[in-house]
Design a protein around this ligand. Structure first.
Ligand SMILES: [Fe+2]
Length: 199
């Protein structure tokens, strides 16, 4: 697997590629970094097949639409996404194929109603559902703390505990047990964001 984390301030985006087939996807691309994504994929001999947004981003400009138009890619989002430019809607339990890799979709609403987590081998790309030491905020449009609680405690915490958590907003990967040790212990998840994880 080829895996790149691209940082822009506090926001993180990712390129995932299959070494055998050279098929790749960019996840949560930012509009200001399109040249960077194309340079990385060209350098590694990858061919982008999808531009994926884990959720509707309320606080920065997604680069998915521009990248899709530039390279002729489908934009992928969860079925409940209200975005009019989505080409491929995915739902809980479905998979996005990248050669020998599979990005399995897990609907994890709460930060937004269309938030999804992508399961990929030994890691989970959590978008803004789960950060390092906290969770995504729930006060933006379609946010819901009760849904976030369900997504965390009846969803992500039931996954293989050896998986690494790869958030859209933070500085490093952490295992589920590490996050759990810092998790909220009450049902009120509305004020659990860490200071640098407010997206
Ligand atoms: Fe977000």
């Amino acid at each position: 697997m080829i895996f790149h984390q691209i940082r822009s301030g506090g926001c993180l985006s990712y390129i995932v590629g299959c070494e055998d087939s050279c098929a790749a996807a960019v996840i949560d691309p930012e509009a200001s970094l399109l040249d960077k994504y194309m340079a990385l994929t060209t350098r590694d001999g990858l061919r982008l097949h999808y531009a994926i947004d884990t959720h509707t981003h309320a606080d920065h400009f997604s680069g998915s639409r521009a990248l899709a138009q530039k390279l002729g890619l489908p934009v992928v989002m969860h079925r409940s996404s209200p975005a009019p430019f989505v080409d491929m809607h995915v739902d809980d339990g479905e998979s996005i194929a990248l050669g020998k890799l599979r990005l399995s979709v897990m609907h994890t609403p709460g930060h937004t109603s269309d938030s999804m987590t992508l399961l990929l081998d030994d890691r989970i790309l959590t978008g803004d559902t789960l950060h390092i030491g906290g969770t995504g905020r729930t006060d933006l449009p379609s946010g819901d703390p009760d849904q976030l609680y369900e997504s965390l405690f009846n969803g992500l915490l039931r996954l293989d505990r050896s998986c690494s958590c790869i958030p859209r907003t933070n500085t490093k990967a952490a295992s589920i047990p590490r996050w759990r040790a810092r998790s909220p212990t009450t049902r009120d998840c509305s004020n659990t964001s860490v200071p640098d994880s407010s997206n």
